[in-house]
Design a protein around this ligand. Structure first.
Ligand code: ZN
Length: 351
């Protein structure tokens, strides 16, 4: 893994390259940003730059040219290859278990490994999804963050920095990994999957991903676009039928782990509806027939469509929050709004 393999994040990469070439390293870094934007890949590229045989064998002389060179890794030496394979002894990667948590024993094991002397280069310990650390695990890590054993640094990655202890945040140099642009996500989809997906699917996945290439590929690989279309059909059926069916459908979708993507697709559909109403159908990505059906007449105007878009956004954010809102109530409220074609005045009571 090399810095040149990472897409986007130019400012963050430049900072890490400077740190790698100068050797002025923070004890601990926090890479914050949503899933699938390249945080762990960047950590691996940084570890490679700090341990690449080309850099370790270089003379001490540091000029602007050699600094640029020394801030990156070659990608081909034995060390670079084994860091990419995640097998190099100077790389420790800690990830949450199947239940999604990082328990204290594993943090203690990490600390023990850090106490072994570093033969050469810099040992990099990466704690992926650091918010998964249970509270006592976070507490035992504090001292290590403040003063890691000689020759070692820590990198914590997280999509939820707000869930980390303040004392952890204050001990790390924070780098924010912003969402990638939709154009970049689409380009990356084409690069990684060639022509196996058509333009429309790539475009929709890029929009649904909210700037995460990992999420975009997930959407395509797991057929979430098709599933989203089914979601819209279910909503349309509810809108056209009696309200009893609503509760059954809502409780099924409330349990669905792909709900954020399904809601994202609903937003894409509403956005396209607004564009069609405004006469800009060339900017749409979905076919008119596969979208949401709003009632004609006073309802379904641009104001209502934008109002519903805002409602979906609120629901999407509320289900992503740590407190997790009440998914069933939020969805019921949303489906009722669609059925009525208006924004309910009391939505905030639900989420
Ligand atoms: Zn190398």
């Amino acid at each position: 893994m090399r810095f040149s393999d990472i897409k986007g994040h130019a400012r963050e990469l430049a900072l890490l390259k400077r740190a790698a070439s100068s050797g002025r390293l923070a004890h601990a870094y926090l890479f914050a940003g949503q899933r699938g934007v390249g945080k762990v890949s960047t950590a691996l590229a940084f570890a490679a730059a700090l341990n690449c045989e080309k850099n370790l064998g270089a003379s001490e002389e540091l000029t602007p040219e050699t600094a640029e060179e020394r801030g990156t890794s070659c990608g081909t030496c034995k060390t670079c290859v084994s860091i990419t394979a995640r097998t190099h002894p100077n790389l420790i990667l800690l990830e949450p278990d199947e239940k999604g948590s990082l328990k204290i024993d594993r943090v203690r094991d990490l600390q023990k490994s850090l106490n072994f002397r570093v033969e050469k280069g810099t040992r990099v310990a990466v704690i992926d999804s650091a918010e998964a650390m249970v509270r006592n695990a976070s507490s035992v890590l504090l001292k290590t963050l403040e003063e890691p054993p000689a020759g070692s640094i820590l990198i914590l990655t997280t999509a939820k920095p707000n869930e980390l202890l303040r004392t952890i945040l204050s001990r790390c140099q924070r780098l924010n990994f912003r969402p990638l642009s939709q154009i970049l996500v689409k380009t990356l989809i084409n690069e990684s999957h060639g022509s196996s997906f058509n333009e429309t699917e790539a475009e929709i996945a890029a929009r649904l991903s909210f700037g995460s290439i990992g999420s975009a590929l997930n959407i395509l690989d797991f057929g979430l676009i098709e599933k989203s279309r089914e979601f819209l059909k279910a909503i349309n059926a509810i809108s056209a039928g009696n309200p009893e069916g609503l509760f059954k459908v809502v409780s099924a979708f409330a349990k669905d782990e792909d709900l954020p993507e399904l809601l994202g697709y609903l937003q894409v559909s509403l956005r396209d509806m607004a564009l069609r109403l405004e006469g800009a159908k060339e900017l749409t990505v979905t076919e008119p027939g596969e979208g949401l059906v709003l009632k004609k007449g006073a309802r379904g105007g641009i104001k209502e469509v934008l109002g519903l878009y805002a409602v979906v956004e609120e629901v999407r954010k509320s289900i992503a929050s740590p407190s997790n809102g009440n998914k069933v109530l939020a969805l019921e409220s949303l489906f009722f709004s669609i059925k009525m074609g208006t924004r309910p005045s009391n939505l905030n009571a639900f989420i």
